[in-house]
Ligand binder design. Structure first.
Ligand code: GDG
Length: 734
């Protein structure tokens, strides 16, 4: 039976030394709770690092057995790996760049080497248990290479990947020296999830710009003959746990102390791990500005600030900690009175009951990261507000701001805006607090952690289904064999072959797409068979086709059907075509070409083509959509057709159509084998025009009227070679 394997850098338990041995302490984190329902089911498993270096083999063995009972599997890491893969590449390269702080990044080769080798270590551990029908869900930036590494060994396995931190825009991502390897690793997944749509959009754009083999439309990427879906799945919390905590005796006790210590004082709460992405210093500045601007409010409020220690052996973190100490010290020194101090600062972690009491007690929660994938603290605050009061001030740079729109949203760099938001929060009428809090609670409770897991898993299985339905059309070995057998038993064959993208790859320079020796030999071989009538159907002009195929025994359709050449005769054009319209359209294309470096116009007898294959991608797309809008009405008035294609926009007479041209070939003879292969949407006209028994094959995409599809021009060549060899196994119908 198939199983689900969850993989993350850390297991949902932590090893802790205890009397010379070890004990396992369960994690209280939201992810562990949410995925508990998945990995604890019999047969399923969670793979990860247990959080401590264990070098002794006997200990490793014992821990492995203990973990096994809880459906957990450890990947043991050495201190060197922890330093280079985890602290190094993950936290000193990926973390700063993905949080838009590239100046903190240290691109060291040793970090990368270790990152690659540890990802391989995780792969090997997974391969010990994974089987082809399994569902694998990989988490976060420490394991970006893992989807690709597993895919290389188990090509059909289902892989989901979720990244908990932001994915930056291309301009940031491209800074990483190993950006292509990382992108290829991620694209090993079937479904890639982020907290926000912006992150998803950034990944799709980086993939398109970095990997030439990537084709992408909205949130679908087609790469290496697979379709990968990229989507947003905003993660939630275990809201009922936080609601229930407020009623627990331990929390009640904490509340009594807080009530006693902060009588008639409003608490502004701030909780973060020590990190430069959290905007802690700017928050303090905002608070200080508020104090300066509202001296009458002093002594009625405090900032209760918890910073949880993290990575403070790393110089940048140590500096940040020292800086926070200094700023807090300075604010307290400047504004404190004999019975009041403005900032209560704690540099340590707290038991969850104390957090719960603080969430319940705080009048305002101040969450202003410079960048945050989601931020769960703000959701925990909302869940703990059982009386529906309190105000959340939230940075627009946190993923959570996309959902919690009823918070007071601030730009964390805008110190004045933070000060003003504090002012607004402290003075907000109860009714307004309640209105906002109720709306936010609805979201936090509906989109909770269980819902998140369900949404992701459901989508993952839908993506797999979608891929399978594509595979039904993909030319697999058995379809290929059937077509070969059919071919071998027929004697009157008509074969339509598109040229660019079907028989040769896509070239930046259109003149470069000349046929090579292999293709020439193949076409010669195919056309030498007396049973075959081979027709090249292209958008190219007659001159180009004549130059490269004129000497072969093949027929040709050029300019998408405007011209035809049969049995080595003269080129014939479709009767009554006119090209007078070109003089009106040409100047429009020219004005776009003048504004767009790299663009050029190709003039054919009965069509004009605006090419942008050499233009910077996004600019090319922008100009094309402008061009299409500009020409739309002009083209209709003149009875023309506008055809956006692969890095081109073509304008031609409506009567010209590859399908119509192809049908002419069917009139003079009876064929027992008809086949058409093409890659762009002008070929769709042929696929639709041919009888349903024809073998129609789309190259590079499954969205087509064709019956089958195949990956790229190399697959087409291999397939045609196979046919030409004409090997017969057994007769079969296709
Ligand atoms: C990544 C992304 C994304 C904090 N202090 C204490 C404590 N906490 C708990 C909070 C909360 C969690 O830590 C912090 O929440 P984050 O949202 O920052 O989560 P991370 O795992 O650090 O970060 C982030 C998240 O993944 C989920 O995808 O939201 O953007 O960076 O749950 O309650 N818990 C206890 N004592 C503390 O002192 N017990």
């Amino acid at each position: 039976m198939s199983k689900t394997i969850i993989i993350s850098n850390r297991l949902p338990v932590k090893l802790s030394e205890n009397n010379g041995g070890y004990i396992l302490i369960p994690s209280e984190g939201g992810l562990a709770t949410g995925l508990g329902s998945v990995y604890q089911q019999s047969g399923n498993i969670w793979v990860g690092w247990p959080g401590l270096e264990i070098s002794d083999e006997a200990q490793q063995h014992k821990i492995t057995n203990d973990l096994d009972e809880q459906n957990l599997k450890a990947v043991f890491l050495t201190q060197d790996e922890i330093n280079n893969y985890y602290e190094g590449f993950s936290n000193e390269v990926l973390w700063p760049v993905f949080h838009y702080m590239p100046t903190y990044a240290r691109y060291q080769q040793a970090y990368w080497d270790s990152y690659l080798s540890v990802n391989k270590k995780f792969r090997d551990s997974v391969l010990e248990i994974a089987e082809p029908g399994d569902v694998i869900w990989i988490h976060d930036y420490q394991l970006l290479l893992l989807p690709g590494l597993i895919r290389a060994v188990l090509p059909d396995v289902t892989i989901g990947f979720f990244q908990h931190i932001p994915f930056p825009s291309y301009e940031l991502y491209r800074l990483i020296p190993w950006r292509n390897e990382i992108m290829e690793g991620m694209l090993g997944a079937d479904l890639i999830g982020f907290h926000t749509f912006d992150d998803a959009r950034h990944l799709v754009q980086s993939a398109r710009r970095l990997l030439p083999a990537v084709n992408a439309s909205s949130n679908e990427i087609s790469y290496n003959n697979r379709t990968i879906v990229v989507d947003s799945f905003p993660m939630g919390i275990d809201n009922s746990k936080f609601e229930a905590l407020v009623y627990s005796p331990l929390v009640k006790e904490q509340l009594q102390t807080l009530d006693k210590n902060f009588q008639n004082i409003k608490i502004i709460l701030s909780i973060d791990r020590l990190d430069y992405s959290k905007g802690i210093l700017q928050r303090l500045q905002g608070y200080e500005l508020f104090l300066q601007q509202n001296p009458e409010d002093m002594s009625k409020i405090v900032l209760y600030m918890i910073v949880v220690p993290s990575r403070d052996n790393v110089p940048q973190y140590k500096e940040l900690r020292d800086e926070i100490d200094k700023v807090v010290g300075s604010i307290n020194a400047r504004y404190r009175t004999i019975d009041w101090q403005p900032v209560f600062y704690f540099y340590r972690s707290f038991p969850v009951e104390e957090l719960s009491a603080l969430y319940y007690k705080a009048d305002v929660c101040l969450v202003t990261p410079m960048r945050d994938g989601m931020n769960l603290v703000c959701k925990e605050y909302i869940a703990s507000r059982i009386n529906n009061d309190g105000v959340l001030i939230l940075s627009e740079m946190a993923g959570a701001s996309k959902e919690l729109v009823d918070a007071l949203i601030v730009n964390p760099n805008n110190i004045r805006a933070i000060a003003n938001a504090i002012m607004e929060a402290l003075n907000m009428p109860k009714k307004e607090q309640e209105r906002r809090m109720r709306m936010m609670k609805e979201i936090v409770s509906k989109f909770n952690i269980g819902h998140w897991v369900k949404l992701f898993m459901t989508k993952l299985s839908e993506v797999k289904q979608m891929q399978l339905s594509m595979y039904a059309k993909r030319i697999n070995n058995s379809t290929r064999q059937n077509i070969k057998n059919f071919y071998a038993h027929t004697r009157n064959r008509l074969i339509f072959l598109d040229y660019d993208g079907t028989l040769v790859g896509f070239k930046t320079n259109i003149e470069q797409a000349a046929p090579d020796q292999e293709l020439n030999d193949l076409l010669k071989q195919l056309s030498a068979d007396k049973s075959n009538r081979v027709v090249i159907v292209s958008g190219r002009d007659p001159k180009f086709l004549e130059r490269w195929f004129g000497s072969l025994n093949i027929d040709m359709i050029s300019e998408h059907g405007a011209w035809t050449k049969i049995n080595g005769g003269e080129w014939q054009s479709v009767p009554s075509l006119n090209a007078l319209w070109k003089k009106d359209i040409f100047p429009v294309l020219e004005s776009f070409t003048d504004r767009t470096a790299g663009a050029f116009i190709e003039e054919k007898d009965y069509s004009l083509v605006w090419h942008y294959r050499k233009v910077e991608e996004s600019l090319g797309e922008l100009r094309t959509s402008e061009l299409v809008n500009t020409l739309r009405y002009l083209v209709e008035d003149k009875g023309l057709q506008l055809l956006p294609g692969n890095k081109v926009v073509e304008i031609k007479n409506v009567e010209i159509n590859k399908g119509k041209a192809a049908l002419n070939f069917l009139q003079d003879r009876e064929y027992d084998f008809i086949m058409a292969i093409g890659d762009d949407h002008t070929d769709e006209d042929i696929f639709k025009a041919l009888p349903p028994t024809a073998i129609t094959i789309k190259v590079g995409s499954h969205v087509s009227a064709a019956r089958f599809f195949t990956g790229n021009y190399l697959d087409v060549r291999g397939f045609l070679k196979d046919l030409a060899l004409n090997h017969v196994d057994k007769p079969m119908n296709v």
